[in-house]
Write a protein that binds this ligand. Structure first.
Ligand code: 6PG
Length: 238
């Protein structure tokens, strides 16, 4: 994993918690239980749980487990950490996976599901989502994946959008298709009460090693997080 030349500063990998799971199934069960616990705490304390879902494939099993847990979905507001600029309903959209694995299976009011209208293009969708987010002071939990280049949400290394201070950013020229995306901005991820990373598979070795070694990658810059990693993704020696 080559560290971007223009970022020489080193980060210190300080996970709030690093949990290594035997396999992706165990990771999915554990993280689903963590989400349900954080939901119960937030609802008991503040009457509402504001959850931003991760995209990609890794969280699918976790969402499938989460739908069977006792969560008061009427008190949950669901957001998305990012969305791909594709037609609504496209199989490659992050919200399509979330509906199929979780949201179509739980008693959550449709008004509580805040999808990103990425089908209208990154700029308009980012502006509209930022206005929506503005009505919700702070996210309680953001779930995040780790890309093989160290990206998270749709914040990619050396992409201008990653450095913007906006609450929601329009992303162009993303190296992971599609090139046009919408993402919660780095600051929004940093401001959430909790962050949980889900990382599985040998393909994530290099990225995880780089994060542990202090590379200033987007995934390393979101703030103190819980890292849930399966053995396959964990670098041999770290
Ligand atoms: C996306 C995701 C992205 C994802 C990572 C990991 O739109 O692709 O938001 O950040 O979480 O790329 O993807 P996998 O879970 O599929 O490995």
């Amino acid at each position: 994993m080559r560290e971007p030349e223009n970022e020489t500063r080193k980060m210190v990998f300080q996970p709030a918690q690093l949990v290594i799971h035997e396999n992706d199934a165990a990771l999915a069960t554990c993280v689903a239980e963590r989400v349900a616990d954080l939901a119960a705490q937030a609802i008991a304390t503040r009457g509402e749980f504001r959850l931003a879902l991760a995209g990609g494939e890794t969280p699918r099993r976790c969402y499938e487990q989460l739908r069977n847990l006792p969560v008061n979905w009427a008190r949950v507001q669901v957001f998305f950490c990012d969305e791909r600029c594709l037609p609504r309903g496209d199989k490659q959209r992050n919200d399509t996976m979330a509906f199929s694995a979780l949201l179509d299976h739980v008693a959550i009011p449709s008004a509580n599901i805040h999808t990103i209208a990425a089908e209208y293009g990154a700029f308009d969708a980012a502006r509209n989502y930022a206005m929506l987010l503005n009505d919700y002071a702070q996210l309680d939990l953001v779930l995040l994946g780790l890309g093989e280049d160290g990206h998270t949400a749709s914040l990619f290394p050396e992409n201008p959008a990653t450095e913007l201070n906006d609450a929601v950013v329009a992303v162009f020229d993303a190296p992971k298709p599609p090139p046009q995306r919408v993402s919660l901005g780095l600051h929004t991820l940093q401001q959430a009460r909790h962050r949980i990373f889900l990382v599985t598979g040998a393909g994530k070795h290099a990225a995880l090693q780089a994060v542990i070694d202090g590379a200033s990658l987007p995934a390393a810059r979101v703030g103190l997080s819980e890292w849930h990693v399966d053995r396959a993704a964990m670098p041999e020696v770290c």
